[in-house]
Design a protein around this ligand. Structure first.
Ligand SMILES: [Zn+2]
Length: 1001
């Protein structure tokens, strides 16, 4: 039952309802929201004289259409997708009804949105859409066939060229057809057809290359249109594919993204049942294994695992089997950890084509082994035609053979045909062309095929393939690491919240009998986060409407996540003897001593230095006991007469000039200076940022030529917190006439890094803001964190492969180290970064204007931190520090009782191994089994012990889909498990918990 009006307020209630239907106001969120559709009722009568003939409804409208007949969708109509007719009947029978009623639903967007002027411009709310044709027509299939043949013959003649015998045969066959065929006399058509058949029936030799043609339809889950339009795009595209599958039993259609299938299941159950039926016949082939085609750079390691976990489980449940290939044709680069994640999710094959978009270097392979960070290998294939939207022309078929960079090594390749990006998919004409090219001398063999068939051929013939090691970096779209900073921040925060909720809920499950693990709710929140990791959402390359929706999704995850955290905290403390109050929780797998702001009665906060054990909790220290808890040296803050400020916590000493720039950063124990001689750090810089075309996507190399340091005014630096457990200084900086920032530079007692809390009011056009730190370090390579590990990239521009990586991505930290010393730059929500020479640079904000003219305008808050260290970054604890910055200690109110002593659930004996995830297994709700995911983070072989205080009955290794490893039983001794890791290896284990007495029968 919906809520009653909260107050007796006639006017607001009335106006609320009026606004909900208004065509003028609130159209961004009301029933008349600008992404709507209109319906046409089409009454038609077919003339009696047309009996015995094929009859079509021809429909042309600017907006994409969907024909409904007898309550079910039957055909998508998209002018740009070459779909302008619906086959009413193949052959009108004598007694067939000739009067019909259809409905056509027309959207207010074309195939690629509704941009004003150019495709990627922001949508035009004033745009008018017209229906320009709605008529009945007779379809002459014999003419259509001749047209297809003549087009193909011309394609062969032109494609093979004047040096080629077969080219002339094609040309002269076409010429003969023109001689024989009289368009006014259909009786002449069969003779013409025979000529074509004779040509296409001349077979090729055994050595012919085989092209595996697969129908495909890339549908961006949101991009230049909102999520809900994608639901309709799926229906329009897939019902059309169903028609093609019906008419062409050899036609195979491959389809990715579980989320889209789930939408169709919920909104178009009739269509969904047909898809399942065709999946049984092997004509509809689900591929990819992931929830959506996510970005390959930004999502965390755990989020990537969940893409597969949610996706593969969906495919198994709905289609009876999991996918065997990872399918990501259109994503902006591919993490070096993907091969390991794929293999542990039951996938050994990978397909994309996006690296053909490289602006600088041609990727050297089309079929190769891709070896990941840990050494896992998968078989990768890039369709050599460099497209996922082929149309079946001879030109494309020839290009596929000619461009293949693995000639002689493999004789098979993929050919993905069908309109894509905005959906659309294949047409009957494309299928007709490809069927005709089945096996013709002079051309490659064309087989309507499936990814399974293609990869098994590639696999059987793989001895000669080359290997590519490490990430597949896309030399384009490097602005997507930064664009739409709020989306990036939402993504990082929500990854953290779900991590924390899963851990605390798992612990609560063990410690409190009545606690119910919120499995269904967590699945919903994870799916929402995964949805927004789609490759045009988390990347920021979407329209304003989509960005707003993403922000709402993140808000949902935050608010529901916080509620779940409180519930878990309350359950954790149930049965504790202490007083009601706060629970201090550490969700990371190592003991931490940090300064935390604790809420005090009356709404105030007080700073306390607290120690919390690994993945556990501690009671709140009483205010009076604060000082004895200070083993560390307090922080000293001194402002000099020239306005500069020094912060010193005995570990590092930070010197800021009177404008807030960093003039010195000294590691106290070794007296080592981290800032380059004569240089300053924390230097904000502005660049002109005008890409060639893809505005939100690209930052071009030439932006580096426009570097302008932002200079502040002396005297703006002031002391904030005066020292003790925390010291800070803050300043204001006018970035430009329109934009400004304020920053608090914070140093805590005992903390090895200095934090920079930054607030920016950003109102720019085509500018790029970064912050730079020139380090007193020399190294030809810098290290960047990636999913479950890290990798090196060059700091120089020696070769084109080096300089093409002038802007790269990282996760929570980057590091520049020489032997014995280094400087790490940590962040809490940024991804764009670079190190050139000795300068570490973090990309902060961009200001692109398409496809969202409002992208990044307004207020931002983010934190980065700087950590100098001796030794290696591994031994210095950079990885742990970056985790701490991203997973603050939690102070959770406990409505019940709070504990009086500290408690830890898990500890790991080696700092090289990170216990990343603790969650309940995806099994039945009664089953008390936890999943733990750990990875080796240093890049080393290591043995370690996992200690737990939980009542474990059985421990067994499993894969990322939580399937038991039959040989993976781990003996449990003294509450400890021994684990062995190789560099960057991810391991998951199932911990079956002992039933608590209350649960036993
Ligand atoms: Zn795409």
């Amino acid at each position: 039952m919906a809520a009653a009006p909260f107050l007796k307020h006639w006017r607001t209630t009335l106006e609320r309802v009026e606004k909900f239907v208004s065509p003028l106001y609130s159209t961004d969120c009301n029933l008349r929201g600008r992404w709507w559709t209109c319906w046409f009722r089409v009454e038609l009568t077919i003339p009696e004289a047309w009996v015995g003939q094929e009859v079509h409804l021809r429909w042309e409208s600017d907006g994409e259409g969907l024909v409904w007949r007898d309550g079910e969708p039957v055909q998508g109509l998209t002018k740009e997708g070459d779909k302008t007719s619906y086959v009413l009947t193949d052959r009108l029978g004598e007694g067939d009804p000739r009067s019909l009623i259809l409905y056509v639903e027309v959207a207010c967007n074309g195939l690629l949105g509704a941009g004003k002027g150019t495709m990627i411009a922001a949508p035009d709310p004033e745009k008018m859409f017209q229906v320009s044709r709605a008529e009945l027509a007779l379809f002459h299939r014999d003419v259509h066939k001749l047209l297809v043949d003549l087009e193909l013959l011309l394609g062969v003649a032109k494609g093979l060229g004047e040096d080629n015998q077969r080219s002339f045969q094609a040309l002269y066959t076409a010429n003969q057809i023109v001689n024989v065929c009289d368009p006014a006399e259909p009786e002449t058509f069969p003779a013409a057809q025979d000529l074509a058949s004779k040509f296409f029936g001349q077979r090729g030799g055994e050595s012919q290359h085989t092209i595996h043609a697969m129908g495909h339809c890339h549908i961006d889950t949101a991009w230049l249109w909102p999520f809900k339009e994608t639901v309709r795009k799926c229906a329009r595209s897939w019902i059309t594919a169903v028609q093609l599958m019906e008419r062409n039993p050899e036609f195979i259609f491959v389809c990715s993204q579980a989320q889209q299938l789930e939408w169709v299941r919920n909104h178009y159950p009739g269509l969904y049942a047909r898809l399942q039926e065709f999946a049984c016949h092997g004509q509809f082939v689900p591929v990819g294994g992931t929830w959506v085609e996510m970005d390959g750079n930004i999502p965390s390691g755990e989020a990537m695992v969940r893409q597969f976990l949610q996706g593969q489980n969906f495919f198994l449940q709905e289609f009876g089997k999991m996918c065997t290939e990872f399918w990501l044709p259109d994503t902006f680069g591919y993490s070096a950890q993907l091969p390991q994640i794929m293999r542990s999710c039951g996938i050994r094959h990978f397909l994309t084509q996006k690296l053909s978009w490289n602006l600088v270097n041609n990727f050297p392979h089309h079929t190769f082994f891709w070896e990941g960070l840990d050494g896992s290998r998968v078989l990768a294939h890039f369709p050599p035609g460099d497209s996922y939207g082929m149309e079946g022309s001879v030109e494309e078929v020839l290009k596929t053979v000619a461009k293949n960079r693995d000639k002689g090594r493999t004789n098979h390749s993929a050919f993905l045909f069908g309109f894509g990006d905005g959906g659309g998919g294949p047409t009957q004409t494309m299928v007709d062309r490809l069927k005709r090219l089945y096996n013709t001398d002079g051309l490659p063999r064309v087989q309507l095929s499936s990814p399974g068939q293609l990869f098994s051929m590639l696999e059987s013939d793989s001895e000669q393939l080359c290997t590519w090691v490490g990430e597949l970096f896309l030399e384009l779209h490097n602005g997507t690491y930064t664009t739409h900073a709020q989306i990036k921040k939402g993504n990082r925060e929500c990854e953290r919240i779900l991590h924390d909720v899963e851990l605390l809920s798992s612990l609560a499950l063990v410690r409190s009998t009545p606690f119910l693990y919120p499995a269904a709710q967590l699945q919903g929140l994870w799916r929402l986060l995964l949805l927004n990791q789609f490759h045009d959402v988390v990347t920021g390359s979407c329209i304003q409407l989509v960005a707003e929706e993403a922000m709402c999704h993140y808000e949902d995850i935050r608010s529901q996540g916080n509620t779940l955290l409180s519930a878990a905290a309350a359950a954790l403390c149930a049965g504790e003897p202490g007083p009601e109050g706060l629970l201090i929780v550490n969700t990371l797998p190592w003991k931490r001593t940090e300064v935390l702001a604790l809420p005090r009665p009356g709404g105030a906060h007080s700073l306390a230095l607290v120690t919390v054990p690994s993945m556990g909790y501690a009671p709140v220290p009483a205010p009076t006991s604060l000082q004895p808890l200070l083993p560390q040296q307090p922080v000293f803050v001194v402002q000099e007469t020239d306005g500069s400020v020094t912060l010193d916590n005995g570990i590092i000493r930070v010197k800021l000039d009177p404008t807030g720039r960093l003039t010195s950063l000294v590691l106290v124990a070794s007296s080592r200076e981290a800032i380059a001689e004569g240089a300053v750090g924390n230097q904000f810089v502005l660049f002109d940022d005008v890409p060639l075309y893809w505005d939100a996507w690209d930052v071009m190399d030439y932006h580096l030529e426009t570097r302008k340091p932002v200079l502040g005014q002396a005297g703006t630096l002031a002391v904030g917190t005066e020292g003790g457990v925390r010291g800070s200084a803050w300043f204001l900086l006018q970035i430009s006439p329109n934009s400004r920032l304020s920053q608090e530079v914070v140093l805590d007692a005992g903390c090895p890094y200095v934090r920079f809390h930054t607030e920016v009011h950003w109102h720019e056009a085509h500018k790029f803001l970064k912050v730079e730190f020139p380090a007193r370090v020399r190294s030809p390579q810098a290290t960047y964190e990636v999913q479950f590990g890290h990798l090196q990239r060059p700091t120089h521009y020696n070769t084109s492969w080096d300089w093409a990586r002038f802007e790269v991505w990282t996760h929570r930290w980057m590091d520049l180290s020489e032997h014995g010393f280094g400087l790490a730059l940590l962040n809490d929500c940024k991804y764009g970064s670079s190190v050139r020479g000795n300068v570490l640079s973090l990309s902060l904000l961009r200001a692109p204007k398409a496809p969202d003219a409002t992208a990044d305008m307004g207020r931002h808050e983010f934190t980065y931190a700087l950590m100098p260290h001796t030794g290696s970054f591994q031994d210095a604890g950079v990885i742990q520090a970056a985790y701490s910055l991203n997973f603050p200690l939690l102070a959770l109110p406990t409505p019940g009782r709070a504990p009086v002593s500290a408690w830890s659930a898990f500890t790991v004996s080696s700092p090289a191994v990170v216990l990343e995830t603790v969650k309940k297994a995806e099994t039945n709700p009664q089953d008390h089994t936890l999943v733990l995911r750990l990875y080796e983070a240093y890049g080393s072989h290591v043995d370690c012990w996992l200690h737990t205080s939980l009542p474990v009955q059985e421990a067994v290794l499993c894969d990322l889909l939580e399937r038991r490893d039959p040989a993976g039983h781990l003996p449990l001794r003294d509450s400890r498990l021994k684990l062995t890791f190789s560099p960057f290896q991810i391991q998951s284990l199932l911990l079956v918990l002992q039933p608590t007495p209350e649960l036993s029968p």
